[in-house]
Design a protein around this ligand. Structure first.
Ligand SMILES: Cc1cc2nc3c(=O)[nH]c(=O)nc-3n(C[C@H](O)[C@H](O)[C@H](O)COP(=O)(O)OP(=O)(O)OC[C@H]3O[C@@H](n4cnc5c(N)ncnc54)[C@H](O)[C@@H]3O)c2cc1C
Length: 178
């Protein structure tokens, strides 16, 4: 392995591989050191659920994380193109079941907190789905529910595929992995 890189990254999980690819694409020579095999630790075992932060937060970490969440789909499209492996990114949304009127009243402020935002198709970011509508949306669910909290910004990836795609994209970007 050459020893005159611009940047050396230690660890070939989702964090290390993503940074390595980006730096290499921006013109730096990048070496990545992995003690075992890339993408076999936390980044492999994770569930791949990409969740927004608490809708009541407005701080800079919240904005940073929401920006990252918004960029994930494009990142997955890029590495799919570069590697030929599809990480299976899907903005699937997240449905939390509400089992009492109390749970409905606890969830309603979440929807109100982001009422001024909308998905690209105009639908609310968070919506409280009442039982009648829920039966249409998810007819396989139990029937004695008080509703559900739908968070449309939640997405998912298939972690092993994400790691393989990132690895392939790093190789294509000429990251030297050791
Ligand atoms: C069971 C589980 C479920 C999860 N579910 C989710 C989820 O649904 N959504 C979500 O966003 N997050 C989830 N996470 C968290 C997510 O997986 C981690 O935040 C993420 O994978 C961390 O990535 P990483 O690259 O920092 O770490 P890792 O993937 O662990 O990569 C670190 C790498 O560094 C290497 N390394 C360590 N020390 C050295 C060294 N000294 N020299 C060389 N290499 C070294 C390791 O071998 C490893 O390959 C989950 C985690 C777990 C464990």
């Amino acid at each position: 392995m050459p020893n005159n890189f611009d940047v050396i990254i230690v660890g070939g999980g989702v964090v290390g591989l993503t940074i390595a690819r980006r730096l290499s694409l921006s013109g730096r020579s990048v070496g990545l050191l992995e003690k075992g095999a890339c993408g076999q630790e936390a980044s492999w075992s994770g569930a791949g659920v990409l969740t927004p932060t608490n809708p009541h937060r407005q701080d800079s970490l919240h904005r940073f994380r929401m920006r990252g969440l918004g960029l994930y789909g494009d990142l997955c499209a890029e590495i799919r193109e570069e590697s030929g492996i599809d990480p299976e990114y899907e903005q699937c949304g997240e449905l939390s079941l509400l089992l009492s009127e109390h749970e409905v009243s606890m969830a309603e402020p979440d929807a109100r907190a982001v009422a001024d935002q909308a998905m690209p198709d105009g639908k609310p970011v968070i919506e409280i789905i009442r039982p009648d509508a829920l039966r249409d949306l998810a007819p396989w669910l139990m029937t004695d529910l008080f509703g559900a909290r739908l968070v449309r910004t939640t997405a998912q990836v298939r972690n092993p595929r994400l790691m393989a795609a990132l690895y392939g994209a790093c190789e294509k970007a000429r990251v030297v992995i050791h």
